[in-house]
Design a protein around this ligand. Structure first.
Ligand code: NAD
Ligand code: ZN
Length: 370
């Protein structure tokens, strides 16, 4: 892109630094209308994985701006978490093979985290790996799932149990996509944005507090800034710890609790909603341990509440919580490992063996039936 075009469309570029696997994230408005300039070197064969909801809004501009030089295979999956499955994966593989797609093809993920995770796993494994381009269309996918190379499908035994680390070639974030998102999906993405502030950047958290009205109104400048900060933090963390040996685990703040909620109430809770309730439990746990100020817990709760995110967990039996939480991938030698905030802007991964103290925080943060 020329400097002029860049100013016209407020284009910003963040680099994920991973040596020979480094890649750019482009963030700007109407980027789906400018793909041939942004991505001049796409191969002839392109498979676009999407769903009908997203395709209705964005497939046409994407196809038009990629140009007529390509052979397109458009594969629509069903809408919903259930489509992140081995069955969908198999159907895409069948289509790629039936259409004689070769090792030089590219896979484009056009959609939210479900499409992105599935398409990423397809790209990681088709012909032992082909080029992947992420075009995330939900806020959650723009600030989190499209960056960092975690790809997966679910198994009846649990979420994301089958997958690979596989980095994309480029991530293209067209921020105007967010105008068509359902309110709950928009809020769900904001939960991950808030997460970055809590684990890594107190100034960003304070900025979110100061700009909550603009964010609630989906103000394009505020959103663009929030997406840039979030992607920059994720890029910094992934560059230091691609395979989650340490630092990257912090991105799981609230997730051990959240995954338990999601596993139990699958299609009822959005990922970000479960993370929001889980973040409150993690904060409350630290408050009860005397390691986090009550004022910090209140700030987190207030910000989550502003975006209509749930701040209390659903009522589940203690034994069920325990069973679900000990399935977490971070469990080591039978002990929970939880991401716990020590202040706004800082979190630590801790081994926790004292279940009653965890249960006490869960109970305190469970919705009371009225
Ligand atoms: N790979 C990672 O690092 C990572 C990180 C976080 C979450 N995830 C995964 O992401 C998934 C959740 O992603 P999600 O919240 O984006 O859900 P999603 O992909 O199901 O999208 C939510 C809904 O929004 C619709 N949609 C998408 N873009 C739209 C648009 N621009 N306008 C209108 N509707 C639109 C979708 O069709 C869907 O109905 C989960 O499977 C989770 O495990 C992965
Ligand atoms: Zn998440």
């Amino acid at each position: 892109m020329t400097a002029k075009q860049a100013t016209d469309h407020n284009l910003s570029r963040i680099r994920v630094g991973l040596a020979e696997r480094s890649y750019p994230i482009y963030i700007g408005r109407q980027l789906f209308e400018q793909l041939s300039q942004l991505l001049p070197k796409l191969p002839k064969q392109i498979c676009i994985i999407t769903n009908a909801t997203v395709a209705a809004h964005y497939l046409e501009p994407v196809l038009a701006s990629l140009g007529g030089e390509h052979t397109f295979l458009i594969h629509e999956i069903e809408d919903g978490e259930h489509a992140k499955s081995l069955a969908s994966y198999g159907a895409i593989m069948d289509a790629l093979i039936a259409h004689s797609f070769n090792r030089d093809c590219a896979i484009i993920a056009l959609g939210g985290g479900v499409v992105g995770d599935l398409a990423g796993f397809v790209a990681a494994t088709f012909q032992r790996g082909v080029d992947l381009y992420q075009f995330p269309t939900t806020l959650l996918a723009q600030v989190d799932s499209s960056v960092g190379g975690k790809t997966a499908v679910n198994h009846p035994g649990g979420k994301n149990l089958i997958g690979a680390f596989y980095q994309p070639q480029t991530v293209v974030i067209s921020t105007d996509c967010l105008s068509t998102l359902e309110p709950r999906d928009y809020a769900s993405g904001l939960a991950e944005v808030i997460k970055y502030g809590i684990i890594y950047d107190a100034d960003f958290f304070a900025w979110l507090e100061a700009n909550k009205a603009k964010l609630n109104a989906r103000d394009s400048k505020a959103l663009s800034y929030a997406i840039q900060c979030s992607c920059q933090i994720k890029a910094d963390i992934v560059a230091q710890d691609e395979r989650e040996q340490g630092l990257r685990a912090l991105l799981n703040l609230g997730h051990t609790f959240g995954h338990a909620i999601e596993a139990e109430l699958y299609e009822d809770w959005r990922h970000g909603e479960a993370v929001a309730a889980g973040t409150m439990i993690a904060a409350e746990y630290m408050r009860q341990q005397g390691e986090l100020d009550a004022a910090a817990v209140t700030r987190i709760e207030t910000l989550l509440k502003t975006f209509a995110l749930p701040i209390r967990a659903p009522k589940l039996a203690e034994t069920r919580w325990q069973e679900l939480m000990y399935r977490d991938k971070k469990v080591q030698a039978g002990a929970l490992r939880l991401v716990l905030p020590t202040a706004i802007g800082n979190a630590e991964l801790r081994t926790v063996t004292d279940w009653p103290s965890v249960w006490s925080a869960i109970e305190a943060m469970t919705e009371t039936s009225q």
